[in-house]
Design a protein around this ligand. Structure first.
Ligand SMILES: [Zn+2]
Ligand SMILES: [Zn+2]
Length: 218
């Protein structure tokens, strides 16, 4: 027998049994995993999880993956990557992720078996819409994004665009066990990253006319 007004009773039952959409429970679990790596949860990690899930969904792939079927290029470093990693199972050390330092919250997903690629990024007006999905009365922009990004529907949060890779996957992956030595510094080069010039073999650090990250101090 309902002892309180029906509305309150239903709310209590919902609270007690935590009836929520399955995908929200999954999201929460992923966000916890991501936040543990940083000791905080921030909007960029949420975007990483949402973008990771959306990218995999486009190819109908279950995630997080333990195989190498899904490959992802992330277009920035930072917190965003943790979200993408926990959602997809892709990571740099398994060679299923590559970091492009474009300074952009976006990722390109590749279905390795078909070579099909899809770029997923936040919509340009995403901050504006996040407020509508934040808890009522939340006026702080950061927290509006943090909460809004978790619950906004995909079509308000993200843009998805088919892309074509300009470098074949076989070149990106290369082959295990391939190694040569640089003719200038003598160091070993793996993954066919050497450059041939005038019949000689150079590593990227030694090749002339290359933009160098560092120079040696003598
Ligand atoms: Zn962060
Ligand atoms: Zn070299």
């Amino acid at each position: 027998m309902l002892e309180q007004s029906p509305d309150i009773e239903v709310i209590n039952i919902l609270k007690a049994t935590k009836i929520r959409r399955n995908d929200m429970i999954e999201m929460d679990a992923l966000l916890v995993q991501s936040a543990v790596r940083h000791r905080h949860l921030c909007p960029r990690q949420v975007l990483g999880v949402r973008i990771g899930l959306a990218g995999a969904k486009e190819f109908g792939l279950d995630v997080p993956r333990r195989d190498k079927r899904l490959f992802v290029f992330v277009e920035t470093d930072g917190c965003f990557i943790s979200g993408v990693e926990v959602a997809t199972g892709c990571c740099v050390n398994r060679r299923t992720m590559r970091v492009l330092d474009y300074g952009k919250i976006a990722a390109v997903f590749v279905d390795v078996t078909t070579g099909e690629a899809m770029r997923v990024a936040p919509r340009k007006d995403v901050r504006h819409h996040a407020r509508d999905y934040a808890p009522h009365g939340e006026t702080r922009r950061y927290f509006a994004m943090l909460h809004g990004y978790q619950t906004m529907p995909d079509d308000l949060l993200l843009t998805l665009q088919r892309v074509e890779l300009q470098v074949p996957l076989s070149e990106i992956f290369s082959r295990p066990g391939v190694r040569v030595n640089c003719d200038q510094c003598g160091e070993e080069i793996i993954n066919e990253r050497e450059v041939k010039q005038d019949g000689k073999t150079f590593c990227m650090g030694c090749i002339e006319n290359q933009e160098h990250l560092y120079s040696f101090i003598y």
